[in-house]
Design a protein. Structure first.
Length: 274
């Protein structure tokens, strides 16, 4: 059984890692778009075209589910993607984990790209699921791009900037970009002690398994990991090796829970609705 994950860059790694951890027998097809990256500042039509092209390629390669582990792409085109491919092929999107953070009684900040922060989609999500709690929206210019390039110095600078603009009363930070979990330990180091991080990667992976359906049964058998780069067969870029989950996927090996949750202060898994 094969699952395809689509993103312009490394944002798909965390969700792919959780799928690998929860159901290692799955074959994973990772579709990235280095020629069109980053998608964040691109137009709606550009993102939709690239997403559809990758999805069609995935179906041609016998993918039985399509996962979009990218907030920008989900906000932009998930509905039309579903109209095209469902019910034959389940399409699973990604949304910031505002609902579980609010349900935990937290004072919330949402870190996201400039595009997602400004989107009506995120505004509606906050209005619907924040339970009336105030939510600070913190745009993080340059952070996703730095993570994509494995640029530790630039990522550190962007994290410092975002942390400096996050009010101290916020005891939870929702990671509203799928790139950000790759630098979760560095983010936690810049935030006050006890701050909880919420991201959707594990929930998206579990939702994918429910939609197949396939039980989450880790065992010793591992499937393949194939990579496509802007429509061509390839390998994970060198920058993926900057992150433990990237190294594990590049080796097509198992992915441990410790690799995915390097800090105990991250929030527990939550349900994903996208």
């Amino acid at each position: 059984m094969k699952v395809a994950l689509i993103d312009s860059g490394l944002g798909l790694l965390s969700t792919a890692g959780w799928l690998r951890h929860l159901a290692p027998r799955l074959d994973l097809l990772l579709l990235m778009d280095p020629e069109g990256a980053p998608w964040g500042p691109r137009t709606t039509s550009f993102i939709t075209d690239r997403l559809f092209g990758a999805a069609r390629a995935a179906v041609e390669r016998d993918a039985e589910a399509i996962v979009v582990p990218c907030n920008t792409a989900t906000v932009t085109a998930i509905d039309v993607l579903r109209e095209e491919f469902e019910p034959g092929v389940p399409v699973i999107g990604t949304v910031p984990a505002v609902k579980p953070a609010a349900a935990a009684g937290r004072s919330i900040a949402v870190w996201a790209t400039v595009r997602t922060t400004a989107s009506s989609y995120q505004a509606r999500l906050i209005a619907e699921f924040a339970n009336g709690k105030p939510v600070e929206q913190v745009a993080c210019p340059g952070l996703a791009e730095a993570i994509d390039h494995g640029d530790v110095a630039a990522a550190s600078e962007a994290i410092d900037d975002a942390a400096g603009r996050t009010p101290h009363h916020c005891d939870a930070v929702v990671l509203g970009c799928t790139h950000y979990p790759l630098v979760a330990p560095e983010i936690l180091q810049r935030l006050p002690a006890g701050t909880a991080l919420y991201d959707s990667a594990e929930a998206v992976a579990r939702q994918t398994l429910r939609r197949l359906p396939r039980p989450a049964v880790p065992d010793g058998t591992v499937g393949g990991v194939d990579v496509m780069l802007s429509g061509h067969s390839g390998v994970l870029p060198a920058s993926a090796h900057a992150y433990p989950v990237g190294r594990a996927l590049a080796a097509a090996g198992q992915v441990s829970r410790e690799t995915l949750l390097p800090e105990a202060s991250q929030a527990p898994p939550v349900e994903e609705r996208a």
